[in-house]
Design a protein around this ligand. Sequence first.
Ligand code: ZN
Length: 370
Amino acid sequence: MGRYTRKLFSRRKIYDLERTNEIFVKAMRENAIFHFEHNADYKRILDEASFNPRDIQSMEDLFQLPFIPTLYYKHHEMFSMSLKRMPIKATSSGTSGMRSKIGMDIKSLWYGFKMVVRTFKYHKLWSLRPVTYIIFGYEPHKSNQAGIAKTANGFTFVAPSRKKVFAIKYTKDGYVVDLERVKQALIEADKKHRPVRTIGFPAYTYFLLKEMKSEGIRLKLHKKSKITIGGGWKQFYAEKVDKESFYALVKEVLGVKDTNCVEFFGAVEHPILYTDCRHHHFHIPVYSRVVIRDIDTLEPLPHGQMGLINLMTPMVKATPLLSVMTDDLGILHNEGCKCGEKSPWLEIIGRVGIKDITTCAAGAEKLLDL
Ligand SMILES: [Zn+2]
């Protein structure tokens, strides 16, 4: 069990979709059968749709595999193995009582580790030179189980750390945003000519840079510096800040080129690492497939059309995450990219207008208002 998933996560060319279609289908089939046999909830969902996972033979069959909305994981604990076998139980961001509880088994974590190693290698993110980490996120603390905190701190192994500065400090009164400390750390790194890596929500990076700009601060950070962002741009739609103006601001204030700005995308319910290429496109890696579905009929749409983003991966055994329906709108582009990768890329348009969904970014904005 898990033979094809292992094969899929051992591929060296991480964007070679065409040559992994067959193995992807087989890996999804074995993952679907596993959950079907070990998870009564999941079996019921498939039975109600009269879907037998043993019948999966092609990509078209995968389109028919019942997907599970991300909201479902917030209301149901869906575990396909005993809790003892899960070293990590991640929760997604959200208002309290609205968090997804996702289990991760050791094998999935190992696959995830291999995926991260290969992805960072492809995107040239590994470095032996010690860097100053600026983390636009929560300082780790046992009271914060959000997946994003784990991810942000997890990124600090890609290069040796000289120093770690967190934008959101844990104090006895709870979490407090301290952008002043971050600003001073950036100025110090610039003076000492040390490479910087920033990690975290684009909102914080953006607010800080705007403030620095208004104060007339112009830095020229070491050329090995990288601005990495993740956690979503959703709040930017309201702010009407597009990526181009964000990158222009990074260049102006920090002196870092946009080719050294890297964006990540992922979700607790779909723990695949999407990294943008130097033209800032999220190409689909071999580990997953993306289906864009019509908002009304939920039928798969052709490339270039906007619809709901349905994410698939056979990575996880602890929780059935094999086909997850997000409430985000997106477009899958297949017209090629100047970076040379043939794999289609996903443009994330944003969230469908559901009022009661609070994103982690919105929570971050709340903190900033304090
Ligand atoms: Zn590209």
